[in-house]
Design a protein around this ligand. Sequence first.
Ligand code: IPD
Ligand code: CA
Length: 249
Amino acid sequence: MNDRMLCWKISEIIKLSLENTMRSGRAHEIVGEGQLGGTTHYLDKVAENAVIDYITKHELPVEFVSEEIGRLNFGNEYTIYLDPIDGSNNALSGLPFYCTSIALFRKEKQYGLVRNLVWDEWFEGISYYGSLLNGKPLKQQLHSQMISVYTKKGRYIDELRQSYNKMRCLGSVALELCYVAKGSLLALVDIRDKVRTTDIAAGKVVLENVGGVITDLNGEILDMDAEHMNIVAGCNPKIHKKIINILKE
Ligand code: IPD
Ligand code: CA
């Protein structure tokens, strides 16, 4: 199975698991703390376990990094960064905006799949090739004036509002990165010292392979090994630079 098929298979396992846990009436139960931070709900854990079962059964030689369990070493041929359900709180509260985020990194190439779990929509990023939306080349449409902002204590809100007064915060960073890639959001800023690699690995591949840019607050390359990050993502280098300059003021 190639990388793309494997990630799609994982997304199917998660989608099915989510449908079952939603029906079970137990989805909201808190079952622990994620190794990478945040509360683990029953729906997150069951979905992740289903993927781990698949990896074990098929003896996949993967270094597996996932939101709830952290890092598991089954091999070292490639690394999968998984957020089984990004936007769990949206899912649990009946807000229809959540996804699964799956990135498969090899030394020489990267693949990212962000699959919307509410309606039929999936974004793919393929290094040295480009990005796709529902299997077709992703084309940016730049009619939006909106940016998505996650902050704490109101940090930078006033500064950003002077240039962008239409702000959003939709509750699934992985999916929002893909909407930046599409141009539906001009940018995404998350400055809570909270973002983990599992949240953004797949969305980053989608964004970068359509000409978008994602960095830290200083405009520097992200340290994907860091436990927590601040991120600035722009649909193109010009908008990204403009936001970095606003944050420097
Ligand atoms: C959450 C989403 C959300 C962000 C939270 C994350 P999760 O992921 O990415 O956009 O605001 O900080 O925890 O926990 O639902 O996978
Ligand atoms: Ca999650």
